[in-house]
Design a protein around this ligand. Structure first.
Ligand SMILES: Cc1cc2nc3c(=O)[nH]c(=O)nc-3n(C[C@H](O)[C@H](O)[C@H](O)COP(=O)(O)OP(=O)(O)OC[C@H]3O[C@@H](n4cnc5c(N)ncnc54)[C@H](O)[C@@H]3O)c2cc1C
Length: 395
């Protein structure tokens, strides 16, 4: 009987709807349960590595994702104290040849929209909003999903893609609240013509300074620049999307070069997030229930890979369901075995590059500058191959 039940997916973010799409490609029906009244994405831009493009192709939305993306020429690293360039990694033909796909930036709503359109076009995917998933019970042959103010729903498996504060992770792992990093991120978007003319680079640019950094890149067909600026101010409380004044944003950046500081002056409608992550864990599966995306491995954004990892998870999960369709528990176990070391590495390395690259000061910054300015393009590609060469199908 469980074979005829759909897979239930909790959470309609990038990870959840990518998983639904991947399962549909294997002929498996699913129901996506989203707590919010509407499916969508908040925030502005997101960077997507070639590993994510491999996933879009697998999920059948490669063309749609490519059409909506902005193709940048470089990943550029600037010293925020001296305003000098430390390194620039070219992303053009050689990069694409090496990794089989481009590096790009895209508006979150466009990316989510490409996946959502494909879900809506599939007979195998049902999308339900205003469904708050509280927990689950299982009996070895099916899973019962417990919902707020609604009857429970039975599925052949439950995929928990319910994000950083996952209710299902609380039941499955029970490792408490996420770790508050003490890094405060402020986000804004500015019209391209308000970006200082000499900084209108076709690049994802990182200005790295002591305990702070600034990231900017063009978005929406070059109509706007996405700004994400972060101050390591050791705050202890998690905050999500709180509007803040420009004066408050300026405070963490008074010690950096005026050329970098001026970028903040052009931002409006700033919003604040205090970033959280978790320590990696090795076990994200309980029988017929598995975590995916931020619910499984929330990370700081310094590798710009959280959504890319959720997409890889979706690919791997669908692949395992396709290969072990008669044995869901084996499929889920294989999925977590394949994904856990790679995602743990990105979680841990994201913390490390936060300390040693993004927010370095004094001698650490000098070491960063010397090492990174000395790398050739091939050195960079070799160092990034483990990450950008991934597809979700390899460990
Ligand atoms: C500042 C910042 C910049 C970033 N930049 C990048 C980047 O450049 N590149 C990149 O790849 N990643 C980036 N990330 C990470 C990326 O945003 C996340 O990793 C990704 O969105 C995770 O997707 P998800 O689907 O797992 O979780 P979410 O996007 O959190 O989706 C979870 C969904 O589940 C729903 N939900 C929650 N609880 C319930 C419930 N009880 N019942 C039903 N539904 C529920 C939520 O409403 C939501 O829709 C960044 C993150 C931050 C904070």
């Amino acid at each position: 009987m469980a074979r005829t039940l759909p897979v239930i997916i909790a959470g309609g973010g990038i990870g959840g709807i990518a998983a639904a799409l991947g399962l549909a490609r294997k002929g498996i029906a699913s129901i996506v349960l989203e707590r919010a009244a509407e499916l969508g994405e908040i925030g502005a831009g997101i960077q997507i590595g070639p590993n994510a493009f491999h996933c879009f192709d697998y999920l059948g939305v490669g063309d749609q994702a490519r059409t909506r993306a902005v193709y940048i020429d470089h990943l550029r690293l600037m010293d925020a104290l001296s305003a000098e360039q430390i390194a620039a990694i070219p992303l053009e033909a050689d990069f694409r040849r090496r990794f089989g796909n481009p590096y790009a930036v895209v508006h979150r709503a466009d990316l989510h929209g490409a996946l959502l359109d494909a879900c809506r076009a599939s007979d195998l995917i049902e999308l339900r909003t205003r469904h708050n998933v509280l927990g689950y019970e299982q009996d070895g042959s099916s899973v019962r999903v417990l919902l707020e103010d609604r009857d429970p729903l039975d599925g052949r498996a439950l995929i928990a893609a319910d994000g950083l504060r996952s209710n299902l992770r609380a039941q499955l792992i029970g490792d408490g609240e996420p770790r508050v990093s003490g890094h405060t991120t402020y986000r804004s978007v500015i019209p391209a013509e308000r970006m200082p003319a000499d900084l209108r680079w076709n690049a994802a640019t990182l200005w790295a300074g002591p305990k702070c950094h600034i990231v900017h890149y063009p978005l929406k067909g070059w109509k706007v620049f996405n700004l994400v600026v972060t101050y390591h101010n050791d705050v202890e409380e998690a905050v999500t999307g709180k509007p803040v004044s420009k004066d408050e944003v300026r405070q963490g950046f008074e010690h950096i070069h005026p050329r970098a500081q001026q970028i903040i002056e052009h931002g409006e409608d700033w919003k604040l997030w205090v970033l959280c992550d978790r320590d990696p864990v090795l076990d994200w599966v309980d029988g017929r229930v598995a975590l995916l995306g931020d619910a499984a491995h929330p990370m700081l954004q310094y590798f710009a890979q959280g959504a890319c990892m959720a997409l890889e998870d979706a690919v791997c999960l669908s692949h395992m369901f396709g290969s072990h369709s008669d044995d869901i528990e084996t499929a889920l176990d294989r999925y977590q075995r394949q994904r856990r070391v790679r995602t743990a590495r990105v979680q841990l390395d994201s913390r490390l590059i936060g300390d040693y690259v993004y927010h370095a000061a004094g001698a650490v910054a000098e070491v960063r500058n010397q090492i990174m300015s000395g790398l050739s393009t091939d050195d960079w590609y070799d160092r990034l191959a483990w990450l950008y060469g991934g597809t979700g199908l390899d460990p």
